[in-house]
Design a protein around this ligand. Structure first.
Ligand code: SAH
Ligand code: SF4
Length: 349
């Protein structure tokens, strides 16, 4: 059994089965998630006997690095491989005094958005909770950010669930991984530093609010159902009205936080002034504390859409801002290494 990814509860009952006292759970937890131990031998406050019992019962692994690339802007990308040979990508995006790890949750994705390269790869399998959280831990290994005790001066500080896959199609494992991330005895990542992005799997949104309290981002990408369904077939199942109602519910539980609406800028498709006006009307109707994140589209071979011109993106942004919404344009990071969302794992296939 892999020890990384067990909830505290699961670890505690596994230890109880071995006849160990309950205080061992916290000790081992701190080694794994506070100190970043990569072997049981390092756990110096456990007896030799217990350490070897643990090594017999559990594995303690990190994903294997297949390749890595560092962009001219320091964006760092890894192709990672798990025990069964399946591969995903993880990206680290450093800022001046913080940085976000962009984590994958599935191998491929079943949602099939027309603009997304991951979506064109179909779904192979869900990642386990351990495979999800170990992406973050591996980046901490590489940037020597253990122990995790101090909140200040962390470079590997934030988590964005925006890599490959739809997190709400793997909700149990994603919730487990996030609860490990926020646990104060270990990684202690603040909920405010975690953002989960979804294409809008309505029935699972409330669970994220109740069971994690992290920030929510919704991939909206269009101001009405007609356009959204053209680029996101999932919209036929969960249309905009249902998503926005779920967002209202989310904000009742996770109060005083904005929901970010991601909006991919597709040339002459969804980037007209009328589209911006329609968006404004929609947001005012639902009274959601919203901000937008305008995303430059990263084209890939075979994709039907083109990126909007800078001019059109800026005009669109200004229109939203005039109406009182924050609408920053996301800077394209790591473009020279194809580290942008929706392009992950594209080269190797
Ligand atoms: N499945 C989730 C999270 C992963 S995708 C979701 O869709 O929200 C993360 C973000 O990357 C989404 O907003 C998605 O729409 C965006 N994205 C997908 N393909 C892209 C592309 N080719 N260029 C830019 N962004 C893209
Ligand atoms: Fe899946 Fe998100 Fe890509 Fe859509 S944009 S196919 S939901 S990963």
């Amino acid at each position: 059994m892999e020890i990384i990814g067990l909830t505290k509860q699961e670890l505690s009952s596994a230890l109880a089965d071995m006849g160990e006292k309950s205080f061992r759970t916290k000790q081992i937890w701190q080694w794994l998630y506070g100190q970043g131990a990569t072997s049981f031998d390092e756990m110096s406050n456990l007896s030799k006997d217990l350490r070897s019992k643990l090594a017999e019962k559990f594995t303690l692994t990190r994903p294997k690095i297949v390749t890595e690339q560092i962009s001219s802007d320091k964006t760092h990308k890894w192709l990672l491989e798990f025990a069964d040979g399946q591969r995903i990508e993880t990206v680290f995006i450093p800022e001046d005094d913080s940085g976000a790890v962009c984590i994958s949750t599935q191998v491929g994705c079943a949602v099939g958005c027309r603009f997304c390269h991951t979506g064109s790869q179909k779904i192979t399998r869900n990642l386990t909770a351990g495979e999800i959280i170990s992406q973050f831990m591996l980046v901490k290994d590489i940037y020597k950010e253990w122990p995790s005790a101090s909140q200040q001066n962390r470079l590997v500080s934030n988590i964005v669930i925006m890599g490959m896959g739809e997190p709400l199609h793997n909700i149990d494992n994603v919730i487990k991984a996030l609860n490990i991330a926020t646990d104060q005895d270990g990684l202690a990542v603040s909920k405010r530093r975690i953002t989960l992005s979804t294409s809008g799997i309505v029935p699972n949104m409330a669970r994220v609010a109740r069971e994690t309290g992290v920030k929510l981002a919704v991939s909206l990408h269009a101001p009405n159902n007609e356009k959204r369904s053209q680029i996101m077939p999932i919209n036929n199942r969960y249309p905009i009205e249902e998503i926005l109602t779920a967002c209202q519910e989310y904000q009742k539980i996770v109060t005083s936080r904005y929901i970010t609406f991601e909006y991919l800028m597709l040339d002459h498709f969804n980037d007209n002034i009328q589209d911006a006006q329609e968006l404004i009307t929609l947001m005012k109707k639902y009274k959601i504390g919203a901000k937008f994140n305008l995303i430059p589209f990263n084209p890939w071979p075979g994709c039907a859409y083109k990126p909007s011109s800078n001019n059109r993106v800026h005009t669109f942004s200004r229109e939203l801002e005039k109406a009182g919404f924050a609408a920053p344009i996301r800077t394209a990071r790591g473009q020279d290494i194809l580290a942008a969302c929706g392009q992950l794992k594209s080269k190797k296939q």
